[in-house]
Ligand binder design. Structure first.
Ligand code: ZN
Length: 305
């Protein structure tokens, strides 16, 4: 009899667990991978988006408009940057959209929206000065974040969100570090209050063959955030998040960490079309965008207010 009671109570506990998990999952909105991929293609349809280009101008308008649909407030941080290396002045703009800007409990989600002015890794030397399309290196992170903003607008989470699209991430010539991550360095000097608890950067997250290791600097500087994100992936059974610690990448998360906002970089650097003319939509997949998008939604909707 005692055994029977135990069995029955175990059964009820099991049922309760299933109910709780379903209620919990029901609270997390779905991610629409087809729409996310459409947003990736829409950016690429504007052509290369390197500073000073026609596509850069058009994409700035496109992103302001898209963020305007899905966030409570949108603003731009315009600024000029002089490159000593290339001896030219760039007009750059970080684009920021905020959901529930009054909330103290908030997360920062970011990606770079500019693309590289030179395909300097292209197998054809004659292409080395041609701008890249940046389907993965640029458009992929932005596409995921726009789709997340849309989902969060339709069903507001318990916390506030800051979506930040950095300009001038990929302008530098190989080896000239000053000319990289320009937008995030500018943003770090002018972070809108309330300051977010932590940040997640997306860069090169659309690769068809996506495998994201724990980026080294993220693991060192913001380990709790790394573990939180990888736990969410594990809970969802998403294998794309590789538990090994990979190489460190000089990227937009570093400036935020320097300002005391623990920020991780989700990046798969193992991408043969990197900085070539082959970084195009067909090298990316909707499924990869979906894996990352679902994990981020899980993190957002399980974060305590
Ligand atoms: Zn790049």
């Amino acid at each position: 009899m005692a055994r029977m009671i135990v069995t029955i109570s175990k059964m009820w506990a099991g049922i309760l667990f299933v109910v709780c998990v379903s209620v919990l999952n029901a609270a997390v909105p779905d991610f629409d991978e087809a729409h996310a991929f459409f947003l990736l293609e829409a950016q690429c349809a504007l052509g290369p988006r390197n500073p000073g280009s026609w596509g850069h101008d058009r994409c700035l308008e496109f992103l302001k408009r898209e963020l305007g649909y899905w966030t409570d407030t949108v603003f731009v941080q315009p600024f000029s940057y002089y490159s000593f290396d290339r001896k030219e002045t760039l007009e750059l703009s970080n684009i920021i959209g905020r959901i529930a800007p009054e909330k103290n409990a908030r997360i920062l989600l970011c990606a770079h929206w500019d693309t590289r002015p030179t395909a300097d890794q292209d197998p054809e030397p004659k292409n080395h000065n041609t701008p890249i399309l940046g389907a993965n290196d640029g458009a992929s992170g932005v596409a995921i974040l726009l789709e997340i903003a849309r989902r969060c607008a339709l069903k507001p989470p318990g916390i506030g969100l800051d979506f930040v699209f950095f300009d001038g991430e990929d302008y530098g010539r190989e080896g000239v570090l000053d000319d990289y991550v320009i937008g995030s360095k500018h943003f770090a000097n002018d972070i809108p209050a309330p300051v977010p608890r932590f940040g997640i950067l997306l860069d090169m997250v659309g690769d068809r063959d996506l495998k994201i290791p724990k980026e080294q600097a993220s693991y060192t500087l913001a380990r709790d955030v790394v573990e939180k994100v990888w736990r969410a992936a594990r809970d969802l059974g998403i294998q794309t998040f590789d538990p090994t610690v990979g190489r460190g990448v000089y990227d937009d998360h570093l400036a935020l960490n320097e300002e005391g906002i623990p920020t991780i970089d989700l990046i798969d650097f193992d991408y043969p079309p990197w900085h070539t003319l082959h970084d195009i939509p067909s090298a990316c997949s909707a499924k990869s965008l979906d894996d990352v998008g679902r994990v981020l939604l899980q993190v957002i909707y399980t974060e305590k207010p």
